[in-house]
Design a protein around this ligand. Structure first.
Ligand code: BDR
Ligand code: CA
Length: 324
């Protein structure tokens, strides 16, 4: 069994990630922390609670997290981006509230960065994996509160970054762009094992309308909800980011599938950094892809992360469909 804490900005793909983490028999989801991102912090927190209630896992504590990036008080948040881009200010991919009943459970009073510190300071939690699938604000704040957090987290899986396939700007992926200083701090923190699942991987693991139909037919609360949410993503992507008319990425859930079966992603060890000053490139993940060719060269920083360039769409969908 893999025990994990999931940091989310729920969000439609985050919702599917929560369901997978909460329901897979080989995973033990011990806490959820919310962060502002796809929608603002009130919505990401409420949406996370909704998902857990809906799949019968209201026993998993939810800790409300950061509202704003660590160093950019003026960084536009999701709401501003939506206003600028979409009619009525609502994202066709994430909406605002998930189409699930209002949550009956409440968030814990402790805030997310403190909760992360407490959980990972407990020696009994040495084996817990931290999976962060929103802007990295909470994780960076935990590091700022206590630098030894980097030694306490043994393994961190991140959905973020893009080498060839950015989304929010021509250069950058959303999670890194939304809080670039946080992403940079986390990648440079020295955490022993960091796995980055960027858009390059998630766009190779599209979930089809056919898989949605199978999940819906299962009749389970998670299967039906995931089908509805992913179908909405597929329709939303047709206008927001046309890729494939009948399929869409479900980014965050790929990180959870990776915990179940590491071979669901492929890639290598690289030095990964994040641009924080470029006017055109702020938030871009910068991957030193020549690490491997020039292995052993004296210059150039050592790899600090596993960066996934590929993914196995069939394996991913199988995990999703069979679990939900
Ligand atoms: C990432 O940004 C959010 O929109 C998604 O939830 C995902 O975590 C993809 O760029
Ligand atoms: Ca997310």
């Amino acid at each position: 069994t893999t025990r994990l804490v999931l940091d989310v900005d729920t969000g439609t793909d985050d919702a599917v990630a929560i369901m997978l983490a909460a329901l897979h028999p080989e995973l033990d989801l011990i806490a959820v922390t919310s962060v502002s991102g796809n929608v603002d912090i009130d919505h990401t927190t409420e949406n996370s609670l909704r998902v857990l209630d809906h799949v019968g896992r209201s026993d998993v504590p939810v800790y409300r997290g950061a509202e704003r990036p660590i160093a950019r008080p003026d960084q536009p948040v999701a709401r501003d981006i939506r206003k600028a881009r979409f009619e009525g200010g609502i994202s066709p991919v994430h909406g605002e509230y998930l189409p699930l009943p209002e949550a009956t459970s409440k968030a814990q009073s402790k805030r997310a960065p403190e909760a992360l510190l407490d959980i990972f300071s407990d020696p009994a939690n040495e084996d817990v994996v931290l999976v962060a699938v929103g802007p990295l604000t909470n994780v960076a704040m935990a590091l700022q509160l206590d630098a030894s957090f980097a030694q306490k987290v043994k393994k961190l899986v991140i959905m973020g970054g893009a080498h060839d396939w950015p989304n929010v700007t021509p250069s950058a992926e959303y999670n890194f762009w939304a809080d670039p200083e946080a992403a940079q701090l986390v990648l440079a923190s020295g955490i022993e094992e960091i796995v980055v699942v960027p858009l390059d991987a998630t766009h190779r693991a599209l979930v089809t309308l056919g898989s949605c139909a199978t999940m819906r037919a299962s009749g389970t609360p998670a299967g039906v909800a995931a089908a509805e949410i992913i179908e909405k993503r597929i329709v939303g992507y047709r206008t927001a980011q046309p890729i494939d008319d009948d399929a869409a990425p479900v980014h965050d859930a790929l990180c959870i599938a990776y915990l179940v079966d590491p071979s669901v992603i492929s890639g290598g060890e690289y030095y990964v950094d994040v641009e924080t000053v470029g006017t055109l490139t702020v938030g871009r993940s910068v991957v030193d892809i020549h690490n491997r060719i020039h292995e052993g060269r004296p210059t150039g920083p050592k790899p600090n992360a596993f960066f996934a360039f590929g993914a196995d769409a069939v394996k991913f969908s199988e995990i999703l469909v069979s679990t939900l």
